[in-house]
Design a protein around this ligand. Structure first.
Ligand SMILES: [Cu+2]
Length: 251
C-alpha cells in the first residue's frame, strides 16, 4: 500500500524520483519530550489539537481547500462513517487509552535482538497461531508483545497511541504521519531481515480456511495491491524491495 501511494505521488508530481520519507520516531522517543519534536513544528507536519491548527494539515473552515477528514471509524472500529471535519491529534495522553512517550532507540534494539528459544530460524519471525499473542519479531514490532497489563502497547502500536486522535482508530491513514510512521516500521523490518534473512511465516502449509491472504505465496487481499508487472503482490514478492527503494540507514 505504501508503494502504491508512492507510485501515485510520483505520477501526480511528475517526479519519478519522489520517495516517501520515514520518521525515525525512536530518535524523538530518545528526546524524552517528543511533543517538541521537529516533525510536529509548522514547517513539517504541524502539532496536535482538535482540530490541528498548525502546519500544512491545519483546519481552516473558511478555506474550501482546507485539509479535512471525510471517513472515520465508529467506536467499535468495525464500521466506517462519513464526516467532514479537521484532523485530530492528541499527543501523550495517559494510559490506558494513551501513552506518555514514544518508543526509544534502546527498545528498537531490543526488538531486533529478540530471539525465541529453539525452533526453526523462521520461528524468529512468527509462530502459530500467527495472531497477536505469537512470540516472534512480527508481534514485537507491531507492539502486541511483551504482554504487560501496566504497559499494554509497544513499538508500532505505541506510536499510534502516543499521537492519538485520528491515529488511534482503524482509520489512522487519515493522518499523513501514518505513512511516515509505517515507512519506519518497514525500515526496522529491513534491519531485522539484514540480520536474520528474508524469513516469513506462515508458509503455504498453513490452512487456507484460517490464513488465506496471509501465507507467503497468497495474493495480498486488496483490490488495489499490484506487483511491479501488474500481478498481485504476495508476501514473498515484497520481502526484497531493493529494486524499488533502499534506505540511507537501517537500525
Ligand atoms: Cu499502524
Amino acid at each position: 500500500m505504501l508503494g502504491l501511494l508512492e507510485a501515485n505521488i510520483q505520477r501526480v508530481l511528475q517526479k519519478p524520483g519522489f520517495a516517501l520519507p520515514y520518521w525515525d520516531w525512536s530518535a524523538d522517543g530518545d528526546l524524552g519530550s517528543p511533543t517538541n519534536a521537529q516533525i510536529f513544528t509548522p514547517s513539517y507536519l504541524g502539532g496536535d489539537g482538535d482540530p490541528v491548527t498548525t502546519g500544512p494539515f491545519a483546519f481552516s473552515p473558511a478555506d474550501p481547500a482546507t485539509f479535512t477528514v471525510r471517513i472515520q471509524s465508529d467506536q467499535s472500529g468495525m464500521k466506517l462513517l462519513q464526516t467532514h471535519r479537521g484532523l485530530r491529534r492528541s499527543f501523550a495522553q495517559p494510559p490506558p487509552f494513551g501513552w506518555r512517550t514514544l518508543p526509544t532507540g534502546a527498545e528498537v534494539k531490543d526488538t531486533l535482538a529478540f530471539t525465541p528459544a529453539g525452533g526453526n530460524p523462521v520461528d524468529r519471525y512468527d509462530v502459530p497461531a500467527f495472531n497477536s499473542s505469537s512470540e516472534g519479531f512480527r508481534d514485537r514490532l507491531e507492539g502486541w508483545l511483551p504482554k504487560d497489563p501496566s504497559r499494554p502497547v509497544h513499538m508500532h502500536n505505541q506510536v499510534h497511541v502516543w499521537i492519538g486522535g485520528d491515529m488511534a482508530p482503524a482509520t489512522s491513514p487519515n493522518d499523513p504521519v501514518f505513512f511516515l510512521h509505517h515507512c519506519n516500521v518497514d525500515r526496522i523490518w529491513q534491519g531485522w531481515m539484514n540480520r536474520y534473512g528474508r524469513l516469513y511465516a506462515p508458509d503455504m502449509s498453513a490452512p487456507a480456511t484460517t490464513y488465506l491472504g496471509e501465507r507467503i505465496d497468497d495474493p495480498i487481499v486488496s483490490p488495489l495491491s499490484t506487483g511491479t508487472a501488474g500481478t498481485p503482490a504476495t508476501p514473498r514478492s515484497v520481502l526484497d524491495m531493493s529494486a524499488a527503494y533502499t534506505y540511507d540507514a537501517v537500525p
